[in-house]
Design a protein around this ligand. Sequence first.
Ligand SMILES: [Zn+2]
Ligand SMILES: [Zn+2]
Length: 353
Amino acid sequence: MIGIIHGFGESSLNIFFSWIFIGFWLLFLIKYREKIRKFKEFNSPHNTSFFILAVLFTGLFYLYLGYYTDLLNWNWFEDSEFYFFLNPWIFFLSFPLLMAGLSYIYTSIKKNDVVYLYKTKSMKARQFCILILFFTLILNVIFIIAISEGRRFYDYYPNYTKIGLILFSFIIFSTILIIYGFLKKSKRSSITSQNAIRRRRSEIQSLSPPRTRSQRQSKPRTRNTTTTRRPSQHQTRTTSKPKPRQNVRKTTRIREIERLKPKAGILSLEDFKCIFCFCLPKNPEDKTRGVVLCPSCNYPAHTDEFKDWMKNTQICSRCNSNISNSFRNNPKIVPIENYVAAIKYYSKKENLK
Ligand SMILES: [Zn+2]
Ligand SMILES: [Zn+2]
C-alpha cells in the first residue's frame, strides 16, 4: 500500500480517540449552524472572527487528524502513483469546513472593513485575513515536514507521507487569497480602524445626550404644520441658507425620508454617519448591511455594529436612552438605498457639509 509506512500498533487507542473527535466535530457543527441561523435572522454580514477562525482551524485540525487517525482512513487514491491521497475522514470532516473558512476570508477581504474579534474589539478585515492565512501557511509547512519525517505524536504515527489532495489545494487557495488580499485596495480602512472607532466612541460619550423629550415632541408639531418643512431651530441659525421651497408638495416619499432624519439640533452631515464606525452609509458598499436607527435619537448605525453593541448593553451609544428588548431582538432595518436617499435629500435641502 502506497503511503502507509507503519502498521497499526496502537490502533485501538487511536480509533477510540478518533470516535471522540468525531463527537467533538458534531458538537462544533451544531454550534456553527446555530451561529449561521442567528446571523441570517439578523441579516448581519458574517464578520465576526468565529466564522473565520473557528471554522478554518477546526477544518485544519481535522485535516491533520486525517493523516494520523486509523478511523475512516481508506485512501481513495491508493493505486495512484501520483503525489495525492484522499480519505473519507478528510473529505467529510475537514474539507467542507476548510472551504467555508476560505470563502469567509474571501468575502471578508472583499466586502468587510472590519472583523470583530471579541465583543466590540475589531481589526481591519484585510489585514486580519492575510495574517490568518500566513499563519495557516506556516502551520502547513510545519505539518508537511512532520509527516515527511514520519514524526509520531505519542502513539500516533502518520499513515501518509504525501501532501494529499486537500492540503495541496488548501495551500494553493490560501496563497491566492493572500495575493488577492494584498492587491485589493482598502477604500475606507482609515475611517474604520480600531482607533477611529475608539475615538468615535469617546467622542460620542463626551457629547451631551442630544435629544430631550421636549425636542422629541417638537418634531410631530413641525410635521403637522406642513408649511414649514424645516424645523424651527434651523431657521434661527441658517438665515443665509436658501429658503425652503414651500410650494413643493410633500410626497409620501419625502415623508418617508423625513422619518430617517437624525434628531440633531443643527443638522450636519456628521449626523448621518454611523455612530460606531463614523462612516457615512454608502449605497453599493453597505448594501448587505443596512442601517438601524435608534428609536429615540434616530441616529444611524450599521446593522451589524448595532447588533454587536446590543449584545453587551441595552442603551443607545449616542443618546443613552434605553432600547426596548423587542427592538433589540428585531430592529427595524432601513434599506441602504432609502438611507442614502435621505442623506442626499438633506445635504441638498440643508446645504450640509
Ligand atoms: Zn458603522
Ligand atoms: Zn439613540
